[in-house]
Write a protein that binds this ligand. Structure first.
Ligand code: C5P
Ligand code: C5P
Length: 467
């Protein structure tokens, strides 16, 4: 590990250990919820009083929820990109610590920060940073590695590389050593391996696209039936991928590889690493990292991040039933959103495609819909989804998503949205591959045009550098 990273971790751990009281301010998504749960448990174990606030986004209105008291304010999974806001709010460098993985936008006050981007680590989420701080506070805290894996996977850190890599992968090993993570290497890299019948799992997946299987669960079932494999248990219920015998999994994977090759498609994204949690009940969404993350997202995006926090602390019973209910709702709204985007169609500009979903869907989930729609549209052009904020009618929420292909050609959504939103009096940021912004509603057109121009400039500059 880079030594300066270790030094930052040590400083952060000392600062937390010396605090009389800590307030954690975290984000409502799976990464934010797991980050908060890691930090709150690590801090409580030190005997330090800790309380938490969840924010949909760090923006001026939300700052009202940050207490003005003598506690150490631990901004986690947010803060790096909004340091000016902390300053405007009158927070001093002594009372703040930022643990983040978003692109920094520094200001006059030098807020102490641990940010994995500073050390060239791009494939790690805030939960990874939080876990490394927790482990620096107490090396025995490796039981919390599992939550860091949920946060990392929830923020898509395993997606492009078909598994976690680098420092995030080292964290997985802590969980394996502790005994609450099982790694399955070269497993089917598909969502739903613990809860969905195998044909549904395969039929809903389009990465990689498998002819005669993808986007069609009935066709996927016919494909599997030809393989003479037992797809149901003794009671007649469908088996899920995770519980299929090894030989049956191998037979299915071989058949899928053959199908991909027969249609001249790449096989490299079929398999990847999956992270299974042996301490969780089988056939539940808590049983693997990606489904666990969706459950947390469902809680957070539907305004109940604290229920997710209780799940992360091991509570089941009532909290789990509430979370399951939110998960069912989350899934169906996301399905509606995806269909809405595909049915309505996007407007294409030279360097982006966009759609305005008005007030049909909550602003907290449009980014997820944008990400899912991209592979089904022209995936070369970044997608922008605009949506109305119900509680703030003068403000529009913007979410953008792109992919590695576009990043390799110079696209940087963080830069585009930060610059374009500033020009219209809004604020935005995030990552090169996924970013968001809030802008004044009456300046949408000008904003979209400005983002398109910035993206054009980014592609042109990258093209020149290649020559
Ligand atoms: O606020 P935050 O950083 O957690 O948001 C991350 C968002 O970026 C998630 O919605 C995630 O799906 C998206 N993302 C992505 N592809 C990546 C990394 C992140 O779509 N490679
Ligand atoms: O909301 P959405 O999922 O589209 O956010 C994508 C990324 O952009 C997240 O990392 C989020 O933290 C960031 N973002 C931001 N400023 C905003 C809105 C989103 O930095 N105003």
């Amino acid at each position: 590990m880079e030594m300066p990273f270790k030094r930052d971790l040590r400083r952060a751990a000392d600062r937390i250990s010396e605090a009389d009281r800590v307030t954690i301010i975290s984000h409502i998504d799976a990464d934010g919820i797991s980050t908060e749960a890691i930090l709150a448990q690590a801090i409580a174990r030190e005997g330090i009083p800790v309380s938490s606030v969840f924010l949909r986004q760090l923006e001026p209105m939300a700052m009202r929820n940050v207490p003005r008291d003598d506690s150490l304010k631990l901004f986690a999974d947010l803060g790096a990109g909004q340091q000016g806001l902390l300053e405007e709010h009158g927070l001093s460098a002594e009372e703040v610590l930022i643990l983040d993985h978003h692109v920094s936008q520094p200001c006059g006050t030098a807020y102490p920060q641990v940010n994995c981007l500073d050390w060239g680590v791009t494939r790690m989420s805030a939960a990874g940073v939080a876990y490394m701080v927790a482990k620096t506070i107490d090396p025995d805290s490796i039981d919390l590695a599992k939550l860091a894996v949920v946060g990392n996977v929830g923020d898509m850190m395993a997606r492009e590389t078909c598994g976690l890599v680098g420092l995030a992968r080292e964290i997985v090993q802590d969980g394996v050593d502790y005994g609450n993570i099982i790694v399955r290497e070269r497993d089917l890299f598909c969502y739903g391996i613990s809860t969905r019948p195998v044909h549904v799992c395969l039929g809903y997946n389009d990465d990689p696209y498998i002819d005669g299987v993808s986007n069609n669960p009935n066709a996927a079932l016919r494909f599997l039936e030809k393989l003479n494999i037992e797809l149901k248990n003794r009671q007649g219920g469908w088996l899920v991928w995770e519980e299929l015998p090894f030989d049956d999994r191998r037979t299915i994977i071989s058949a899928l590889v053959q199908q991909l090759i027969a249609h001249g498609r790449e096989c490299d994204r079929l398999l990847g690493e999956t992270y299974i949690f042996p301490d969780e009940q089988e056939r539940t969404p808590l049983r693997n990292a990606s489904e666990y993350a969706t459950l947390l997202n469902a809680c957070g995006r539907w305004a109940n991040p604290k229920v997710g926090g209780r799940i992360c602390r091991g509570e089941r019973g009532v909290a789990y039933r509430e979370a399951e209910y939110m998960l069912a709702n989350h899934r169906s709204v996301i399905r509606d959103l995806l269909n809405y985007i595909l049915d309505t169609g996007v407007t294409e500009l030279s360097h982006l495609q966009y759609i305005h979903t008005g007030d049909h869907f909550p602003d907290t989930i449009v980014g997820i819909g944008a990400g899912m729609a991209l592979s089904k549209l022209d995936w070369r052009k970044p997608i922008m989804v605009l949506s109305a904020l119900v509680d703030e009618p003068d403000v529009t929420k913007v979410s953008m998503r792109t992919n590695q292909w576009a990043l390799a050609r110079g696209v940087d959504l963080q830069e585009a949205l930060a610059q374009a939103s500033e020009r219209v009096g809004g604020a935005g940021g995030g990552h090169r591959i996924a970013a968001g912004a809030f802008i004044p509603r009456d300046r949408e057109e000008e904003f979209i045009d400005s983002v398109n121009r910035i993206l054009r400039r980014q592609s042109a500059t990258a093209g020149k550098n290649d020559r």
